[in-house]
Design a protein around this ligand. Structure first.
Ligand code: ZN
Length: 445
């Protein structure tokens, strides 16, 4: 086993043990590459999404928020090119019924020919010639499964923004340049998903489409590219683990004029988790053509009419959460003992603090409970009175909780507690009635 597998195995096992991520429908054997976020995972992902929303929507006067429905008119996907072009060439094994990408490196020989061998069951000549397979999930709207009612689960959130761009522009009284941001689920029937939550069939996107005057798109593209990298570094991701990858002309999607990926060095290698794309006026011109509705913008200042260009920043919420998890994971020796710790930036940590009575007697549990009840109104905190204090600290290290608050013998005398810092392991003695202020200050830093 390579060390990369080893780190991922440990991370997957910690994620389950501590309640970050569970396999979907596990008691039924699981559903392929679908994952559920547990009590700590949902907090981590929510903190990332809220951070994104604050910086993209609340902190800017030129971006508005949107929450479009997952189900859209089927013509949207004709206009976007997803019906015709969102396909992968796939081959089927007629013997074991498994399906593979035509370029799966495990296939020996040429699919469709007698020499080709199925990588799962080993049968020769059982693989079909490659066929185009659409990656959109299809479903039926209304009570009758008839062709007229076929609709799709959206494969990206972007189209909900394009078809609403005039509604948002007019209702918010924005002017170009301006953007629309959205966080939501999207679905792709990936044939080779994997690497834990990295490639999944159901995923959440954090997308922003920025509408600009043609000719200014190059400049805005560069601004957004730099802005998104800066945001990730502010999230506490180690800069040496982040890099840009510029798409070559062969890699560019059909809608893109220019594109950069932001990649992270995962234990399984460098992979993309966010993209910045210059989509030109491709999407708006296609929707104008397919809907028959005018989508151009009238500049009231100059009386010019034009179809805006779009700069897109598209991040995976699940992938960003996986980046944060991988980047926070550390194993180290403390006083001759091994500890596993998640060094989340405190603002992203699922739990901000845990409260421990040193022993369950002498008035310590009562004081610890009272402090916990007070803190709970301000932060997501945890109460733990089980096992040795060392065991309790280590459980919170694995959860990435930045502060451990211990009520000891001295506390019941002078109303002070110790606060242990997850990273430095230093302990401060803090007055119980100052705890909220103390944590507010530490969490902001
Ligand atoms: Zn087979």
């Amino acid at each position: 086993m390579s060390s990369a597998d080893n780190v991922m195995d440990k991370l997957v096992s910690l994620a389950k043990r501590r309640g970050f991520v569970f396999q979907s429908s596990e008691i039924y054997g699981g559903l392929g590459s679908v994952w559920d976020y547990g009590p700590l995972g949902v907090e981590l992902k929510k903190n990332i999404k809220e951070r994104w929303w604050r910086s993209m929507v609340h902190a800017r006067e030129d971006i508005e928020g949107l929450d479009a429905a997952i189900l859209m008119h089927p013509k949207v996907w004709e206009a976007s090119g997803h019906i015709a072009g969102f396909t992968d060439p796939l081959v089927d094994c007629k013997h074991c019924k498994n399906r593979f990408r035509a370029d799966d490196p495990r296939i020996k020989g040429t699919p469709g020919q007698p020499d080709a061998q199925c990588p799962v069951c080993g049968t020769k000549g059982s693989l079909t010639a490659p066929r185009q397979f659409n990656l959109m999930f299809k479903t039926f709207m209304g009570p009758v499964e008839e062709q007229a009612a076929v609709i799709f689960l959206r494969p990206e959130t972007a189209q909900g923004i394009y078809v609403n761009y005039l509604n948002v522009l007019q209702s918010s009284r924005q002017k170009i340049p301006f953007g629309i941001a959205q966080i939501g689920k999207a679905f792709r029937n990936e044939i080779t998903p994997g690497n834990f939550t990295f490639r999944t069939r159901e995923f959440e996107q954090m997308e922003m489409q920025f509408f600009v005057k043609p000719g200014t798109d190059g400049e805005w593209f560069e601004r957004w590219r730099d802005e998104r990298m800066r945001w990730l570094v502010e999230l506490g991701i180690r800069p040496e683990k982040l890099r840009f990858h510029q798409h070559t002309p062969q890699e560019l999607a059909h809608y893109a004029k220019e594109a950069y990926d932001i990649e992270y060095e995962f234990p399984f290698g460098w992979h993309e988790f966010e993209g910045i794309h210059n989509r030109s006026d491709f999407d708006l011109s296609r929707h104008q053509q397919f809907s028959g509705k005018k989508l151009d913008y009238l500049d009231a200042g100059t009386n010019e009419r034009y179809l805006p260009y779009v700069i897109e920043t598209s991040a995976g919420a699940d992938r960003t959460a996986l980046v944060v998890l991988c980047d926070a994971y550390a194993e180290e020796e403390v006083a001759g003992e091994k500890r596993v710790v998640l060094r989340f930036q405190p603002s992203l940590a699922p739990l901000k603090a845990a409260v421990f009575p040193l022993v369950n007697k002498d008035g310590m549990p009562e004081l610890a409970r009272r402090l916990y009840d007070g803190l709970r109104r301000h932060f997501n905190v945890f109460y733990d009175d089980g096992g040795s204090i060392g065991r309790r600290y280590r459980r919170q290290d694995e959860a990435g909780t930045p502060f451990g608050i211990t009520v000891d013998g001295q506390s019941t005398q002078d109303q002070t507690v110790t606060v242990r810092d997850r990273d430095t392991l230093k302990q401060d003695r803090v007055a119980a009635d100052r705890l909220v202020d103390y944590l507010v200050q530490k969490l902001a830093g």
